[in-house]
Design a protein around this ligand. Sequence first.
Ligand code: NAI
Length: 481
Amino acid sequence: MVKICCLGAGYVGGPTMAVIALKCPDVEVVVVDITSARINAWNSEQLPIYEPGLDDVVKESRGRNLFFSTDIEKHIGEADIVFVSVNTPTKTQGLGAGKAADLTYWECAARMIADVAKSDKIVVEKSTVPVKTAEAIEKILVHNSKGINFQILSNPEFLAEGTAIQDLFNPDRVLIGGRETPEGKKTVQTLKEVYAHWVPEDRILTTNLWSAELSKLAANAFLAQRISSVNAISALCEATGANVSEVAYAVGKDARIGPKFLNASVGFGGSCFQKDILNLVYICECNGLPEVAQYWKSVIQINDYQKSRFVNRVVSSMFNTVANKKIAMLGFAFKKDTGDTRETPAIDVCNGLLGDKANVCIYDPQVTEDQIERDLAMNKFDWDHPTHLQPMSPMAVKKQVTVSSDAYSATKDAHGVCILTEWDEFKTLDFTRIYEGMQKPAFVFDGRNVVNPEKLQQIGFIVYSIGKPLDAWMKDMPVVA
Ligand code: NAI
């Protein structure tokens, strides 16, 4: 029986390994982590992450050929294939701070593998890492190998949170990068056989190590660039009276462009897009390509611009002040069907409104009060962020922020409602009831284009929808981002 050990039981390690275990009953999979609370949660009824379909997948294999453990040494020791799916955040200090990937966790993992391995291993990079990380990891492994043979592969993960199980069941492609030596090719084949249990052969792509590493960064940069492109157009739509949904539809009908990832919004979030682009920018700068670096940097600049534009639209529409006004925030996760709040635009919007002294009441179906408080008190790394979007001190957060358990209580007595996550349940809210409970004039600022602005205007709301023709109320109100 092939034995797999995965270091890192997070958003990637957990679901990916659960699906491998489900699809490969002849493979034993053990997911290990340094955080025992996370492992305990994976072994409990309440999994540590919310992901549609994940519960069923885990329940079917857990205890059969899927295990979660903190005994890292034992399971690395026994494994034939070691996946490394640890976090690779942006560096906050030192060389490359605010841009470069922090590979501390990765290096620790590699040293640990070298330390405890007693038999040959295939080490698989699952985390998103800078190009040439495999080479660095290989050096650590080889220089500490005690005669053991380590083969390294790059197998970046393309799942999207919220649809992770669907993406893993039916991936557009699985990418495996390896050395172009006979031994390297044999190693690629071994991993290919694992995925071939359920992924059609023509969707398993093999490349050299560096191409695989760079493809992941490039794919995320392209995806984020589409969002920033449509968001840039949304600002122009508001200025001219065009409707961004109509423009995006017409543009996306071009077969060369395609319709996906063209929804205008308050901005992208999540743990990957910004971090991976910053990393790409850093790699370009290090390789003497400042023009290329600036091109990708602008994707993030537009994203920051979109968030501050949204905040400024809220404030300017409400007579240029939100001080002491209750603003309901519907949604805090960075997108629907996940409880993940890493880099969510809601944090920046909330900080912007708090900076203008608003009282913010937040409702999100999957994000806990503790998590919201932690996020708002946290110091984000400081790169090209407008100075007025500064994080609040924990005390200020407590005073100005409340968390509700449903949308109706969150909006009660509010002056304005900001929709920041596209949860399906927000589409079917009773807005007449919400309107009746609010202060007048009542405002809705839809950062995800989930409501029908005309219908809400008929109820009596003043409505702002990103990239849609402006409500007469806002037409003469200039917004400086
Ligand atoms: P995460 O933060 O949810 O999970 C990482 C886990 O690794 C944590 O539980 C941490 O305790 C553990 N860990 C750190 N050092 C360890 C060590 N030495 N031994 C054992 N466990 C260790 O991170 P997430 O979201 O799963 O991301 C992991 C990697 O996958 C990142 O490089 C990310 O860029 C990439 N990725 C993430 C995607 C996502 O949607 N979240 C999608 C595709 C790639």
